[in-house]
Each structure stands twice: as structure tokens, then as C-alpha cells.
Design a binder for this molecule. Structure first.
Ligand SMILES: [Zn+2]
Length: 208
């Protein structure tokens, strides 16, 4: 994680390797790690589990870039529900939860996360790794405003169970996100393009 709690109860980023602070989620001690090629982060060093939040995804450049579009107080927000605690990537001032998913994820975890965060959850998926498997299938009758249909080779099936909004990010060269409307995780993916800058600004962020 990027933020931990220091002795003055402030949310802080890692300033030097080996530095100690407390996990905002489980309150156990965490240690800071930084280096030239590693993304600065706090990690749990006590016990066997690498992180108290089983849904936690290791920090990547992609993840960090998305988090940074939003104000720091909206990043890594601890959510408690029915005695369970998880760290949301972003919780906006209007209560929207944005989850940035870089790696593949199984159906069970998708279901659990969607149930936990509820109807205000929106997924942003790094689609760059599977973009090459998407082939545009457009009918001759297509007109402006119609959804785009892609044939998805080797679809990521686990996403079929998802019932929350999903936006695919095709990387820095794309100004648009693909808002999936139908067929997520299947061989026929349907959706519309949505401006990335607009998406970020509507959620209280800024495309830097
Ligand atoms: Zn923890």
C-alpha cells in the first residue's frame, strides 16, 4: 500500500526504506520500502500473509497512475462493513468506489468484492494485456451512437459474473475508455467509448 499511519496519526507515504508505521486497515506495523526501480510502498512484515487485505493487488505503474489522477484523501480508503475491512483504491467524495484491476481475478473474488462495495462500485480494468485479442466486428448498418461489438478471443471468463459497471483501459495512447455494456468475459463484447478525461473529472479527479 501507498499510505500508512505515522506516530502523529498522519497518513504518510514512505520517505525512507526500513521506516515503520501502522497499517490503516489492520493497525499492525508495516515497513517502508523504496528504491530506484520499485514503487515506494508499505508492507506487512509480521506473520505469514503478505497483506491483511486478501484483495490487495501489488502496486504497479498502471495502478499508481490511476490513483494519482485523484486527490490523495480519496486514495486507499479503508471501508468497514459487517466487521470486514478492505482498502478501496478510490472512494470519491460522492461515495463512488473505483477499483483498478491489473491482474486476472477469479469469479469468487469478483462476486465478493462487488457485494462488499455494493452498487457504487466501478471497475477499471487494464485491458492492454488482452487488447490484441479483441477484434472489432461492425455491421454495415452501424450508425453513430450504436454500440461497438468486439469478438474476444480467449475472453477472461471470470468476469462473466460481474454485475457492476466495467471500463476497459487500453493504455496511455487511448483518450477513451471502453464502457462494457454487454458480454463481459464472453466472446462477444459490446459497449461504447467514454472519454477518459471526462470520466476522471466526473469522479473528482484530474487527468495529469
Ligand atoms: Zn494491515
Amino acid at each position: 500500500m501507498r499510505y500508512a499511519i505515522n506516530n502523529d496519526k498522519q497518513r504518510v507515504e514512505v520517505s525512507e526504506s526500513g521506516e515503520l508505521a501502522l497499517c490503516p486497515c489492520c493497525s499492525k506495523p508495516v515497513k517502508g520500502r523504496r528504491g530506484d526501480h520499485r514503487i515506494h510502498h508499505w508492507y506487512h512484515y509480521e506473520g505469514l500473509s503478505s497483506n491483511c487485505d486478501g484483495w490487495y493487488e501489488p502496486m504497479t505503474e498502471w495502478h499508481l497512475k490511476w490513483q494519482n489522477y485523484f486527490p490523495s484523501q480519496n486514495q486507499e480508503v479503508v471501508i468497514t462493513k459487517d466487521g470486514e475491512k478492505h482498502i478501496a483504491d478510490i472512494k470519491t467524495s460522492t461515495g463512488v468506489i473505483l477499483e483498478f484491476q491489473n491482474s486476472s481475478i477469479n469469479s469468487n473474488v469478483i462476486r465478493k468484492r462487488e457485494k462488499f462495495y455494493g452498487q457504487k462500485l466501478v471497475w477499471i480494468i487494464n485491458a492492454l494485456p488482452f487488447k490484441k485479442n479483441l477484434l472489432l466486428e461492425q455491421s454495415v448498418l452501424w450508425s453513430k451512437g450504436d454500440p461497438y461489438v468486439y469478438k474476444w478471443n480467449r475472453p477472461r471468463r471470470s468476469w462473466e459474473v460481474s454485475i457492476r459497471p466495467i471500463f476497459l483501459d487500453f493504455g496511455p495512447d487511448w483518450d477513451e475508455l471502453f464502457w462494457v455494456k454487454k458480454g463481459m468475459g464472453t466472446r462477444s463484447l459490446e459497449g461504447i467509448y467514454y472519454n477518459k478525461k471526462k470520466f476522471i473529472e466526473r469522479n473528482g479527479g484530474d487527468l495529469i
